[in-house]
Design a protein around this ligand. Structure first.
Ligand code: CP3
Length: 343
């Protein structure tokens, strides 16, 4: 039985003549139609919790470009919000959350059973998408990994080197361990509901894995990712799962071996020659064009894209960027990218 969906075939380990392609943040501010719908919703969070409009923005890049996958429109910070943290997005500045600094803060979080009251519109979005998508398009659900989500819960905002969370590991390890446990448990419950609602693949974003020092990497990146994979596979043994320990460097190898993910998403610093030798024989890889290519376009985009497609042509591969597409990217460059990959 061969799946008709290219993305699922790559995730199952098949080497394809033309790789499936989608882009992180493919629904976003570089698209005028996204900006219009966001305006209509009122705010970014209102958009996340409005199934009709969240479905619309998820579908926009599929209609325009025909990507092989659609990723649920939501945000990794909805989980802390559902656990009782105050959350707002300040225009031009990014997220602001109430902070957790000690054990009392962790114990004051809402119980995991209650998160679905807040998050149920997201499940409705997933369900609507699973009905609305073209039959060749794969639906990806997602969550943040516990370490990355915790960095925002501790600092109350994005930080350049995640220092507040790394300090908490050093100074209050018990409280930090409890925070990671609580977020892990909530993440499992959240992803289970997404799969029940129709997500065919899940991706776990550990966007700040690269700021953990080597001796904390196993405990706060690999172990929670593994725990999430194991819990999901206990219910769905064949569920494809993409891990993204961004910035992990050589740590990608241990991540790929220890977590049980079906694929690892590579950031743009990873050399395809290294990954083709060390990772691709064991699992599918995804990546890893520099997002700047989507701003620059032209020969730079074409040449860098060809190097990546050639570098990964010997094994299972999904084309993507090394991180999200930025608001200053030109949608015309997405056309150029797709023509370069698909011919
Ligand atoms: O990829 C997609 O198209 C699906 C939707 C998606 C969003 N955020 C929408 C979004 C996904 C998968 C995310 C994940 C996410 N959110 C991550 C992990 C991936 C990564 O980029 O490293 C992180 C760290 C966040 C937290 C977050 N959300 C920050 C720090 C910000 C502000 C910075 C920024 O880019 O503005 C957001 C906002 C956000 N999430 C936007 C979108 C489309 C922009 C909000 C807007 O419309 O103003």
């Amino acid at each position: 039985m061969t799946d008709t969906k290219l993305l699922l075939r790559a995730l199952a380990g098949e080497t394809l003549p033309t790789p499936p392609v989608w882009l992180m943040r493919q629904a976003g501010r570089y698209l005028p139609e996204y900006r219009a719908t966001r305006e209509q919703a009122g705010s970014f969070l209102d958009l996340c919790y409005n199934p009709e409009l969240a479905i619309e923005v998820t579908l926009q890049p599929i209609r325009r470009f025909g990507f092989d996958a659609a990723i649920l429109f939501a945000d990794i910070l909805l989980v802390p919000q559902a656990l009782g943290c105050d959350l707002k997005f300040v225009q031009g500045e990014g997220p602001r959350l109430s902070t957790i600094t000690d054990e009392a803060g962790v114990d004051g979080l809402a119980p995991v059973e209650g998160i679905h009251d807040t998050l149920s519109p997201v499940y409705e979005t997933v369900k609507g998408l699973s009905e609305a998508l073209p039959k060749e398009t794969t639906l990806i659900g997602f969550a943040g990994a516990p370490w990355t989500v915790a960095t925002y819960m501790v600092a109350g905002r994005g930080t350049p080197s995640q220092e507040p969370a790394r300090r908490m590991i050093a100074e209050r390890p018990d409280a930090f361990g409890r925070l990671i446990e609580r977020v892990t448990e909530a993440t499992i419950a959240y992803l289970e509901k997404q799969v029940e609602a129709g997500a065919e693949v899940v991706k776990i974003f550990d966007s700040w894995a690269g700021s953990l020092n080597w001796s904390d990497y196993e405990r706060y990146c690999i172990a929670p990712n593994r725990q999430i994979v194991e819990a999901l596979r206990a219910r769905w043994p064949h569920l494809p799962i993409i891990g993204f320990p961004r910035g992990a460097g050589t740590g990608y190898e241990a991540f790929a071996e220890a977590t049980g993910v079906s694929a690892v998403a590579l950031d743009s610093s990873v050399n395809p020659a290294w990954a083709a030798e060390r990772l691709q024989p064991k699992l599918c890889v995804q990546g890893n064009l520099d997002p700047l290519a989507m701003v620059i376009g032209g020969d730079f985009l074409v040449n860098e894209t060809r190097k990546i497609v050639d570098g990964f042509s010997g094994g299972p591969f999904i084309f993507n960027l090394g991180h999200g597409i930025t608001p200053d990217a030109d949608p015309k460059n997405v056309e150029l990218l797709l023509n370069t990959i698909r011919g």
